[in-house]
Design a protein around this ligand. Structure first.
Ligand SMILES: Nc1nc2c(ncn2[C@@H]2O[C@H](COP(=O)(O)OP(=O)(O)OP(=O)(O)O)[C@@H](O)[C@H]2O)c(=O)[nH]1
Ligand SMILES: [Mg+2]
Ligand SMILES: [Zn+2]
Length: 355
């Protein structure tokens, strides 16, 4: 949150959004970026400053993906102050919402870089990092693996080596998030107008990093639990922060789980080596379990492919297929229900007019 005035480029505006606006829209509306989302309202920031606005009633009936999320660009009506439309997104992070309901939850939009934050302690987990990487690759956003708490271990190189086994040439930075000169390593991704989202489990130091990079203690932080090194879910809502030298950072609450959905492209990109091997399996529909002539299993047996990677690939693939299907089924049900409501309204209206 800020009282300063920022120009559109400082807020992350670019040609991609500009070309979506007609001349008439420039005259009657202005672009504003969503910097916080509340239950019935949102905070927006534009060249005119920051303010809270309500969402038009009908927007609450929209499905999740058509509602504003943090990082979105809106066109706001200059006369009424109400949002008129959401501009097409350059990128979008979404997951299956936690719980049993087949619902999508948006994490952030129009992000340029994703800092996948984990720490050099018990939080570190390669299979979880692969989840986050698939999310970034699906959204075509550059991922950076940020390993915090490098000051609390003498085994940084061990963590680094494990990351090298991920078979990806993603950037990796190890930092002490409490130390400004150490956090400087992340500055190249934070230039003017660049939007960076931070995700990771609770307690890994996302808010600490934001405070250090901003040079101000804007975000609450809290010590992790001593017994299991888990965080205390200190941050409870998403928020956008401005860096003094330009750049925008999105803080997120620690994720308890990240269930993938609609992530085929991301998984194919992350596990390209396995999909390439699968083309040499004897059977087209090979499940890489115990089939004869399975090139993927052969690579595992020769030590060329880690069994953990294969298991995680199969798990994530099955999970995203299941979630994508159940979310699509829910969308179909909602669409049919919407149609039913509209036809009931039409019949009632006709009855009233006839009567
Ligand atoms: N020594 C050290 N402590 C750190 C580092 N990064 C974070 N911490 C500490 O770890 C604890 C948790 O940090 P937070 O910034 O609250 O973690 P978070 O990821 O924002 O957690 P949630 O908001 O719960 O998702 C705090 O006590 C921080 O001071 C680091 O690099 N080194
Ligand atoms: Mg936090
Ligand atoms: Zn196979």
């Amino acid at each position: 949150m800020s009282n300063c005035l920022y120009s559109l480029p400082q807020l992350g505006w670019s040609h991609f959004y500009q070309q979506q606006m007609s001349l008439e829209e420039w005259e009657s509306t202005f672009p504003a970026r969503v910097c916080a989302v509340h239950r019935n309202s949102i905070d927006i920031i534009s060249e005119h400053g920051q303010r809270q606005i309500s969402l038009p009633g009908t927007w609450h009936l929209r499905n999740q993906e058509e509602r504003p999320t943090i990082g979105d660009w809106l066109l706001v009506d200059s006369a009424t102050g109400l949002p008129q439309s959401i501009l097409d997104r350059k990128s979008l992070f979404r997951r299956k919402a936690a719980g049993i309901e087949a619902k999508v939850q948006l994490i952030a939009a129009n992000v340029d870089t994703l800092f996948i934050v984990t720490s050099c302690n018990r939080d570190f987990n390669l299979s979880r990092l692969e989840r986050y990487l698939a999310l970034a690759l699906e959204a075509e956003v550059e991922p950076v693996l940020v390993l915090t708490k490098s000051d609390l271990t003498d085994k940084v190189s061990d963590y680094f080596e494990q990351i090298m086994s991920l078979n990806t040439n993603v950037a990796v930075e190890t930092v002490n998030a409490l130390n400004p000169s150490s956090a400087e390593a992340l500055r190249p991704w934070c230039s003017v107008g660049q939007t960076v989202a931070l995700i990771g489990s609770s307690g890994v130091g996302k808010s600490t990093l934001i405070n250090t990079l901003c040079g101000e203690r804007n975000q609450e932080t809290a010590e992790i639990r001593k017994d299991d090194a888990r965080g205390r879910h200190t941050t409870t809502s998403r928020s956008l922060h401005f860096l003094p030298g330009g750049g925008l950072l999105i803080d997120n609450p620690g994720l308890r789980e990240l269930q993938l959905s609609e992530c085929t492209k991301g998984l194919s990109s992350l596990f390209g080596d396995i999909e390439h091997l699968a083309q040499s399996c004897r059977y087209n529909n090979c499940q890489h379990q115990s089939e004869n002539g399975c090139a993927v299993k052969a690579a595992v047996n020769w030590g060329d492919l880690s069994p953990r990677r294969l298991t995680n690939y199969q798990k994530l693939q099955a999970e995203q297929e299941r979630n994508t299907e159940s979310i699509a089924a829910r969308r179909r049900r909602e669409k049919n229900f919407g149609k039913l409501c509209r036809s009931v309204q039409t019949i009632k209206r006709k009855e009233r007019n006839d009567g």
